[in-house]
Every structure is written in C-alpha cells, then in structure tokens.
Design a protein. Structure first.
Length: 283
C-alpha cells in the first residue's frame, strides 16, 4: 500500500464550487439600488467542511435582481452574523474578504461530527445542518472498459465500497509518482452514488470519469480518490444538471436544484471526507 502524503484539492463544487461561477460575469458601471428591482432576496451560502481541515471560506452573499450583471460589492456580504455549532460549542465566524468567513484558528472539521450553520443579515436568516461522514469500507480499485455518451470506448476507474449508511460517494482517477505522491488528479466527478432505501446489495460501484489514454497506458501508476459526502449532496448533484459549476444561485431563486440551506437562503453547506487507494488491477 502506497504511503500517501498529499491529495490534490478538487476544483469542483465546488459547490467547491456552487457559487463562484457567477464571478465570471462582467461588472456594471452604474450603482445597483436594491429597491429598483422587484425581486425576492435570498441569502446565498456555500460551505464545505472537510475532515481534518480548518473550517474556513464559508461564502455568504445574496441573490441579484434579474438581468443585473454581477457585482461583488452588491452580492458579497461582509457584515453577516455567521456561527457554527458542534457538540455544545458555538463558534462565531469572522469575515476575511469577498464574502468569505472563517472559524477561529485551530478549529478543524472532524468526521462523525454534526455541524449546524446559522446566518443572519438584514432581517434575513438561514441555516443548515450537515454531518461529516466516515468513509465506508473500500474494496478493490480497478481500471475497466466503459462507453461514454457518444458511444466511444473509454477506460475508467471502478471502486467497490461498502457504505456505512446513506452517505454519498464520488470518485476521481489519479496518478502517483514513484515515491507515492499524487502527481495529478481529475477535477470532476462522473457520478454520485449512495445506497438507496430497500437496496438488496450491500456494496456500491463508483465509476470515475474517463482516464486519458496517456495515463491509462501506465495502469501501475493509477489509483482513485474516494470522496464521501453527507447524503444531501446526492440530491444536489442529481438535480443541478451536470458536473459543472452552477450559476443559478445568482438569478431568481426559482430553480429546481435541491439545496440543503433552509430559511431565507439557497446554497449548500456540506460535510465531506476523502481517502485514496492505489489500483488493485486492470481489467
């Protein structure tokens, strides 16, 4: 078993992720006056808690009126009241920049813990509860044949997992150096799976996106990143339409995407664990 020292951070989502796609829009030269636009204000929240990592970069913003170009000084909220409770402790988060809030230094997210987020601003309030799941039992990691949406034969990584409960799983392909460090890793998910109620099988099969031919030719260097999310991520992924970032949160909140933020808000506050495993064999 290779000794893994580091894991490249995904650039999904992320929701790593959920919110930042709106930053691609050009700014507007004229000041935006909220009362000029008859729209429903919603708090926009994006937070990812990862096992063993600092609790930081929780994004707090607000929706924009219809047809208004994105403006950070209108959407980002530097003066919200943000807190996270875990066990019997509640931590007040401080704004750093661009609508991002951090917990006090040294406060780290831990698998198995449940976290409650509360946000208030301008008479609006929203929140969510998430649990950082423990990773289930990971079995074999294989490179197998598959077919993409156009019918092309491709190679993907296949991972067998026995889940603990209803947590959601996704996987990436990755390549190791000779010393066991991660050399490169995919930045998207092929799909997200979970054990459904009443399912007879105890195991799940997780498939990565296509392994490029240049890496598939050296299967001995390959492995998989296994990402485990709180169960609400499954519904989010299945309803947002693709594995790409969603920019729907910057328009009217009349989207069919299943967020887990409750109250006067939209977005995702989600817990995640991860592990990596080298390839077992190529099939």
């Amino acid at each position: 078993m290779r000794n893994i020292q580091s894991l490249i951070q995904l650039r999904l989502f992320p929701f790593l992720l959920l919110i930042v796609a709106g930053f691609l829009f050009a700014g507007c030269e004229q000041a935006v006056e909220e009362e000029e636009f008859p729209y429903e204000t919603k708090l926009v929240i994006r937070g990812l808690l990862e096992d063993g990592q600092d609790i930081k970069e929780i994004f707090i913003g607000r929706t924009l009126p219809v047809a208004v170009p994105f403006r950070a000084d209108f959407s980002n909220l530097p003066d919200a009241v943000v807190s996270i409770r875990v066990d019997s402790l509640r931590y007040i988060l401080k704004h750093t920049k661009d609508g991002l809030y951090n917990a006090p230094a040294g406060v780290k997210a831990r698998a198995g813990k449940t976290y409650e987020l509360l946000v208030s601003w301008g008479g609006y309030s929203a929140g969510a509860i998430t649990k950082i799941p423990d990773v289930g039992s990971v079995g074999g990691v294989f490179m197998v044949n598959s077919v993409n949406d156009t019918g092309k034969a491709i190679r993907v990584m296949s991972i067998e997992v026995t889940p603990r409960a209803d947590e959601a799983y996704a996987a990436t392909w990755l390549a190791f150096t000779q010393s066991g460090q991660i050399y490169t890793e995919d930045t998207k998910y092929n799909t997200v799976v979970r054990k459904l109620p009443g399912a007879a099988a105890n195991t799940l099969q997780i498939l990565s996106a296509e392994v490029p031919a240049s890496y598939a030719s050296k299967p001995q260097d390959l492995g998989a990143g296994i990402y485990v999310y709180d169960t609400s991520f499954y519904d989010y992924f299945k309803t947002k339409g693709s594995s790409k970032l969603s920019d729907a949160v910057f328009g009217q909140p009349s989207t069919s995407v299943k967020w887990n933020i409750l109250g006067d808000g939209i977005g995702m506050f989600i817990g995640r664990s991860k592990t990596v495993k080298a390839i077992s064999s190529s099939q």
